[in-house]
Write a protein that binds this ligand. Structure first.
Ligand SMILES: C[S@@+](CC[C@H](N)C(=O)[O-])C[C@H]1O[C@@H](n2cnc3c(N)ncnc32)[C@H](O)[C@@H]1O
Length: 236
């Protein structure tokens, strides 16, 4: 079922730039079936939205691996005795070579894997790491009207290509959600896109194209489509 969530104008709200990602991390964590894990891997952990939601919901773990290729993001991630920060790129298959089969009992990734260069390769190279996976992917329908108006292609994966990659290695259940985020002007929207790190594409535009886009964009909001997936590796 499709859920549409409207976010009203929080023009000056601190943290507004990642309001959708916050919502996505919250929902992904609310899908977790257990409240106790031994060792968790958070791919593209960023500043810790998954970690924070897990602790807020009293979901316990002995060890939490915050995995991100940005030192800067990892420096914003909470630190604690049971958190290990790993600065590596999930697009490099050797990033996972040092981990044993089922080294983790949970692999989770919120709003990050849409950036994988080859999703199929990434999903394959992590498929031995745990018995349970939870993923939230933004899809190519994110900013769809904006991309259409500008005549550019989304830089991120379509729902179909995500499903094609998933079904090679996992059995999965999927739910999708559509979010709308309102703005006072197209200018503000473009600023948001620059800062949010969700899914650009606007970087492909010249100043002139940008101006044209601002005069032609028909909506007062930006669209986001997110897939929420619970998966287990095939053959388990
Ligand atoms: C939109 S943020 C999401 C952060 C966090 N998971 C959340 O839910 O708020 C995406 C994160 O993925 C990280 N990331 C993107 N591509 C990556 C890659 N190839 N390898 C590792 N981390 C990556 C970025 O540095 C960023 O911190």
């Amino acid at each position: 079922m499709k859920i549409v969530k409207e976010f009203s104008r929080f023009a000056h709200e601190y943290n507004r730039h990642n309001v959708i990602q916050s919502e996505v991390a919250k929902r992904l964590v609310s899908m977790l079936a257990k409240d106790n894990y031994r060792k968790v891997l958070d791919l593209g952990s960023g500043s810790g939205a998954v970690y924070k939601n897990m602790t807020e919901h009293h979901i316990h773990f002995n060890e939490f691996i915050a995995f991100d290729f940005s030192e800067e993001m990892l420096s914003l991630h909470p630190s604690a005795g049971n958190i290990k920060k790993i600065c590596l790129d999930f697009n490099q298959t050797d990033s996972f070579e040092s981990y044993a089969n089922n080294e983790f009992d949970l692999v989770i990734s919120a709003s990050a894997l849409q950036w994988s260069e080859n999703l199929s390769n990434v999903l394959s190279s992590i498929s031995h790491l745990a018995p349970e996976y939870y993923f939230a992917f933004f899809t190519a329908k994110t900013f769809s009207t904006l991309h259409q108006t500008a005549g550019i292609e989304s830089p991120i994966h379509t729902k179909e290509s995500i499903e094609n990659a998933l079904k090679k290695y996992y059995d999965y259940e999927m739910d999708e959600a559509e979010y709308h985020l309102n703005f006072n002007s197209v200018h503000e929207m473009l600023r948001y896109i620059k800062r949010s790190g969700v899914s650009g594409g606007s970087g492909q535009l010249s100043y002139k194209q940008m101006k044209q886009l601002m005069s032609m964009y028909p909506l007062e909001y930006l669209e986001f489509e997110v897939l929420f997936v619970k998966a287990i590796p095939k053959g388990l």
